[in-house]
Design a binder for this molecule. Structure first.
Ligand code: AMP
Length: 235
């Protein structure tokens, strides 16, 4: 059976896959590739929050100070925002969640909401990377304000120089990718999000993937996890 068919059976409606990992582990890039492969929407809590900020909504305004310091936005705001997104029709048959849940409270809220819909987290994949490498990666990161594509000054420069190779917009550095803020974001992650990793490990749905390779190597390791999971999934 071709791999794509196995993957279609991997996400029976409604299926939820989580991509966990510290900022800088390459979650955003890999989540886009995984979502494309699984044919489900990529829902990134950080992107949703940045979109609220751009639109100047009350939620965006409430989140701003937390985000600029590298702190987590309060659970109730983020949970409400992500659950609203999961209720949209394109998310009915499954979703790839990136950056959520980030605390034990968010994980409990997600599990309860999914169980009320007769669903559950099918697989949580944790992208592991050494703290020093995380900080180095993030502080060289440049983002397209148009399509959210990310580049790295050293490891993945844009072929179009200072503009985005996908949509041509001028690249910029997110305020929270400055070094001091980056260090705080990584520390906050280790403190608040490691319990989420343990939570899904205890439920037997966690896979760990080494995020130290290049984009294609990590992608292949992630696809291998999906294929293993597909073999375990009921037909
Ligand atoms: P990210 O793009 O995932 O690195 O998120 C950027 C920032 O958005 C984080 O540093 C937090 O301030 C906020 N954020 C994103 N997702 C969450 C979440 N699940 N819970 C709380 N804050 C979040």
């Amino acid at each position: 059976m071709p791999a794509t068919m196995e993957l279609q059976t991997f996400v029976p409606a409604p299926g939820v896959v989580l991509l966990l990992g510290a900022p800088g582990a390459g979650k955003g890039t890999q989540a886009r590739l995984l979502a494309e492969r699984l044919k489900v929407p990529h829902v990134a809590s950080g992107d949703l929050l940045r979109d609220h900020r751009r639109r100047g909504t009350w939620l965006g305004q409430a989140a701003q100070a937390f985000m600029d310091r590298g702190d987590l936005v309060p659970d109730d705001l983020v949970v409400q925002m992500v659950m609203g997104r999961l209720d949209e029709t394109d998310a009915r048959d499954g979703v790839l969640l990136d950056g959520f849940p980030r605390t034990a409270t968010q994980a409990d809220a997600l599990d309860a909401a999914l169980s009320a819909r007769g669903a559950a987290v099918q697989r949580a994949i944790y992208l592991e990377l050494d703290t020093r490498v995380l900080i180095e990666r993030l502080s060289g990161r440049w983002t397209c304000p148009g399509c959210q594509a990310t580049y790295h000054a050293t490891f993945n420069p844009s072929p179009s120089g200072s503009s985005c190779a996908v949509c041509g917009k001028e690249l910029s550095q997110r305020p929270d990718d400055r070094r001091k803020v980056v260090e705080n974001r990584v520390n906050v992650y280790l403190r608040d999000t490691m319990p989420v990793v343990e939570h899904y490990a205890a439920r037997g749905v966690l896979s760990r993937v080494n995020a130290a390779g290049d984009i294609a190597e990590v992608r292949d390791a992630l696809f291998a996890v999906l294929e293993e999971t597909a073999e375990l999934a009921p037909a």
